[in-house]
Design a protein around this ligand. Sequence first.
Ligand SMILES: C[S@@+](CC[C@H](N)C(=O)[O-])C[C@H]1O[C@@H](n2cnc3c(N)ncnc32)[C@H](O)[C@@H]1O
Length: 279
Amino acid sequence: MTNATTAHGWQLQEDSASAYERYLVPLLFEAGARHLLDNVRPGPGQRLLDVASGTGIVAREALRRVGPSGEVTGVDLNPGMLTVAREVSAANAAASDAAPISWVEASADDLPLASASVDVACCQQGLQFVADRAGALAELHRVLTPGGRLGLSTCRSLGHQPGYVPLVEALRRHVGESAAEGMASPFALGDLQEVRSLVTEAGFRDVEARIVVWPVRLDSPEAFLWGESASSPLGGVIAALDADVIHELLVDLASGLAPHTDDAGLSFPFQTLVVTATR
Ligand SMILES: C[S@@+](CC[C@H](N)C(=O)[O-])C[C@H]1O[C@@H](n2cnc3c(N)ncnc32)[C@H](O)[C@@H]1O
């Protein structure tokens, strides 16, 4: 089995992109976008770039902050994610007077944008999946105006994620090492000093790294497993398992999540790093 997540930078199938927008965005990344933008603070009229935009939650939230005189561009490698991003933002645009968001298919380490052409550059939960992280940060530095602001977030490492440790371990026991590694891959750039060093070495100044934590709520371990697998590159792998393997996997997952289970389902904290800096 290949490791679809780490080998190809969290590349999803098109239906996974829709599941990502329905499940992961409200669960984790809507709150993450607000935390990121509260820290990087884009203002009215600014030009903002959202790199590894996925289905576009940061770009959409940013559009509200830069207002009708601002400009927002989203860049992602994955056409399926961009299709959902275009659909959701078009539906929002129809209901407002904001300028449309521009969506561009490109890699973070080779941005098709002019130098010094954006005021704020964001990357939420994307840098950990980019093979050439230094190259992506060099590109973010290049496209920012002098004095422009960088805001990026990456999940803290797996040891800080009490909900995801039981999921990764249950996958390892019942599905295999590759599935476990795939589910662990979002947590691969979770050390604060490592992220701070990467940003500093790219030439940014005023680098500030913060730990940000927010609560996650889910109805059940089943909802957690199905939501995570459907909106990740592991969807096909989990769906192809025998029913008895899925049953054992769920029993194991429920046991691992018992300390985070209450009468309403699951509750656990999600921890991320938010790094801001100046070009
Ligand atoms: C976990 S998603 C995060 C998406 C979005 N920023 C959000 O907050 O919902 C990771 C995204 O990184 C994108 N990605 C991975 N490698 C990339 C690269 N080299 N250049 C641009 N995007 C990349 C994937 O296609 C995926 O959409």
